[in-house]
Design a protein around this ligand. Structure first.
Ligand SMILES: [Zn+2]
Length: 331
């Protein structure tokens, strides 16, 4: 049993074979004074070689990733690989259990808690474990996200720029190997895992695909195929390390806050566009209907930037300031 702060694990990361165990986080701030959160971990190792870290459920209402990882783990045996795969299908376990973006115990966004705090809240402790223990072991981390309950995204990877030129070049090569139809590039979110990974010499790629807290078999298949191609790219398995040329990923960019379209009022949101449509500045993304003023005309939410409709609200209940759409532009 190795320990890091209040986190222990019964996985021996240096042992060959397939191990199924847990991270154990003890916190006194839960329901009882000695509450242990068990987070399942699967480790496959076959001798020396690169380490690939696979994460799902960083946000608890993003569920294609956990399913894709469990499918992959059912099929994968250590004898097929060279090196090590560490997979945590439901990283923010209590959040996944509750189908919430954040863990009920602290309400903190795990992907804004890096580099974490070993003596902090649940999400801060987990971020610290990743930052100090798992990311330094890993050459690449694939963190599978989706649109959550509130939204849906086109099938894509999302890369956050950062690190040295060599690190950024390598990260883009990993993204090409994963081969999602789209690869969206944007700036750092602040306190995200990508920043920690860059500091630890680990390339970070994340999917942002599907959503609505539902599982899309096509996106699950995309994640599985992408992970296998990244393994081939790293020399961990034989096979093609890139998708066919006609399926190569297309790099696009979300230009910071300009690409994020927010509602300036509240209401029931009726989209006027679909994912994959193109939009011009001033065109309506959708309309807000005021339930307290049934005869008031619906208020349009107009695009403030032009480009591809990449992410769109799924939940109709929109509050003032909510993000209703993300528009991507050519890279
Ligand atoms: Zn997410």
């Amino acid at each position: 049993m190795s320990a890091f702060g209040s986190i222990t694990t019964n996985i021996d990361y240096e042992r060959d074979g397939k191990q199924v165990g847990n991270l154990r986080l003890v916190q006194s701030a839960f329901v009882t004074g000695w509450q242990t959160e068990l987070i399942p971990v699967v480790c496959l190792r076959n001798g020396d070689g690169p380490t690939l870290l696979l994460l799902g459920g960083t946000h608890g209402d993003e569920v294609d990733g956990p399913v894709a990882l469990m499918r992959l783990l059912h099929a994968l045996e250590p004898g097929e690989i060279r090196g090590r795969v560490i997979a945590i299908p439901a990283l923010n376990f209590p959040a996944v259990e509750a189908c919430r973006r954040t863990a009920p115990s602290d309400g903190k966004d795990l992907n804004r808690c890096f580099p974490g705090d070993p003596d902090g809240t649940f999400a801060q402790m987990l971020a610290a474990y990743l930052d100090r223990v798992l990311l330094p072991m890993s050459r690449v981390v694939i963190d599978l996200h989706a649109g959550g309950r509130w939204s849906r995204f086109l099938p894509s990877l999302w890369l956050l720029e950062g690190g040295s030129d060599d690190h950024w070049r390598f990260t883009q090569e990993v993204a090409k190997a994963f081969g999602a139809p789209l690869t969206i590039v944007s700036g750092s979110l602040g306190g995200d895992m990508s920043e920690s990974a860059a500091r630890r010499g680990c390339a970070y790629i994340s999917t942002e695909s599907g959503g609505a807290a539902s599982v899309d078999p096509a996106i699950v298949a995309m994640c599985e195929a992408g992970i296998r191609r990244v393994m081939a790219f790293l020399g961990m398995v034989p096979g093609d390390a890139a998708p066919p040329a006609d399926k190569a990923t297309r790099f696009m960019r979300v230009p910071g806050v300009d690409g994020v379209q927010i509602a300036e009022g509240a209401g029931l949101f009726e989209p006027a566009v679909e994912l994959g449509d193109r939009i011009e500045v001033g065109e309506p993304i959708g309309h807000l209907y005021r339930i307290d003023q049934p005869m008031a005309p619906p208020v349009p939410v107009r695009a403030t930037t032009k480009g591809l409709i990449y992410g769109l609200a799924w939940l109709a209940h929109v509050k003032r300031g909510d993000r209703v759409c993300i528009v991507a532009e050519e890279a």
